[in-house]
Design a binder for this molecule. Structure first.
Ligand code: ADP
Ligand code: MG
Length: 385
């Protein structure tokens, strides 16, 4: 039993006075490649990581829900009859939003029983590792079990997304929940965000003695949500001007016409999405035919595209990437929505200490806040403990 599992069982017993009926967990994720492609109906390639959110849950005989978390001293209580997105606030909107979202996928809340749940986590919050998808996926799996819903994992991913969109109010795609629910040890989840078809692809990092180093710059830019909305708008405008439903419908051969049709900025936004989709496909292909040693250049190219064409990087992310590469990483890129957050560097185990030291020194030299450095391993997705 992991430490966080043990803490969760103890936490449940302290709040609710008995042992939980069951314990479920779900991991955070890192996106290996495929950035801002999800809302353009393109390709993404994230992996579930070895940091998990654990939920201990017991069904109740009445129609009350009680939610508690290590994250907060409050116990949030609600009647099932009041379970509507507009009634949900704060952190409890994530777990309760999932309970509501299940009703949109067949759960009959007028007949369901209530539940007690306690949540603990080793996924850092707001560090770009999707603690939100981890909590949603763990709760979705637990309620799928105790409410006997029989929903498959791709559907539970849509449940988590709906909860985040409607109950939390964050306009996010389905990548994070898919990684958290579908991930496998030492594998990535290749996801087509149009068809929602997914495939688990072996990464082979362990055998190749490669570590995936996360460099969390801890930079949060005030304009990140505005920047995100602006990029979405540029992509929509670019698609409309090119006469397609979404940028997914364009490929490298369309870039010549795009250059003639679009203004320079919109063209560069479009070029990022089109080339990034191709890089995701190329990454999967390279892993299959040559193994992980062959994907470094694709990670590098992805970063340059985000820095120069999509313009979502920041100096701290560029510094993390160039320093890690110079110190021996075989490929590196910012990951996540941009305007701050984390970078990843695919690093041979032998040079990991040198890469970490170089990054810390580079940030220190420039008087920047010390970044958080940690290795993540591709892990199994959500499950019952
Ligand atoms: P992230 O990048 O970590 O997903 P988000 O802002 O999307 O950041 O989600 C973080 C929010 O999710 C937290 O502020 C909190 O409301 C909720 N959350 C995540 N993990 C937990 C937890 N273990 N217990 C309670 N709430 C959590
Ligand atoms: Mg999130």
């Amino acid at each position: 039993m992991s430490a966080v599992h043990a803490r969760t069982v103890t936490g449940f017993a302290m709040r609710f006075g008995e042992a939980p009926a069951g314990v479920w967990s779900a991991p955070g994720r890192v996106n290996l490649i495929g950035e801002h492609t999800d809302y353009n109906e393109g390709f993404v390639f994230p992996l579930a990581i070895d940091r998990r959110t654990v939920v201990a849950l017991s069904p109740r005989d009445d129609r009350l829900i009680s939610v508690a978390s290590s994250f907060s001293d409050d116990i949030i209580g609600l009647r099932l009859d009041d379970l509507q997105p507009e009634n949900l606030r704060g952190w409890s909107a994530y777990p309760l939003g999932v309970a509501w979202a299940l009703s949109q996928f067949g759960a009959d809340l007028s007949r369901a029983g209530g539940f007690d749940v306690y949540i603990d986590s080793e996924v850092p919050i707001g560090a770009g590792l999707s603690s939100s998808a981890a909590i949603e996926s763990a709760i979705a799996l637990a309620l799928n079990h105790v409410w006997n819903l029989g929903l498959d994992r791709p559907t539970l991913a849509r449940v988590g997304q709906l909860a985040e969109n409607r109950a939390v109010g964050a306009p996010t795609g389905i990548m994070d929940q898919s990684a958290s629910l579908l991930g496998r040890a030492d594998c990535g989840v290749f996801l087509d965000c149009r068809s929602l078809h997914s495939e688990v692809i072996p990464l082979g990092f362990d055998a190749a003695e490669l570590n995936l180093l996360v460099i969390d710059t801890k930079v949060v830019h005030a304009h990140s949500s505005g920047g995100y909305a602006a990029r979405r708008a540029s992509c929509e405008a670019g698609a409309a001007l090119m006469g397609v439903d979404s940028l997914r419908d364009l490929d490298l051969h369309d870039l010549g016409r795009a250059a003639e049709t679009l203004d320079d900025e919109t063209f560069r936004r479009v070029r990022h999405i089109v080339t990034e989709n191709q890089r995701v496909l190329d990454t999967v292909q390279a892993l299959r035919s040559h193994g992980p040693g062959a994907i470094g250049a694709l990670l590098d190219a992805s970063h340059l595209s985000m820095r120069d064409d999509f313009e979502i990087s920041v100096p701290e992310l560029d510094l993390a990437v160039t320093t890690a590469r110079a110190a021996g990483a075989i490929g590196a890129r910012m990951t996540g929505g941009g305007f701050g957050g984390a970078a990843i560097a695919l690093t041979p185990r032998a040079v990991l200490p040198a890469v970490k030291a170089a990054v810390l020194a580079a940030f220190d030299d420039r008087g920047l806040r010390t970044p958080d450095l940690f290795v993540v391993r591709a892990a199994d997705g959500a499950g019952r403990e």
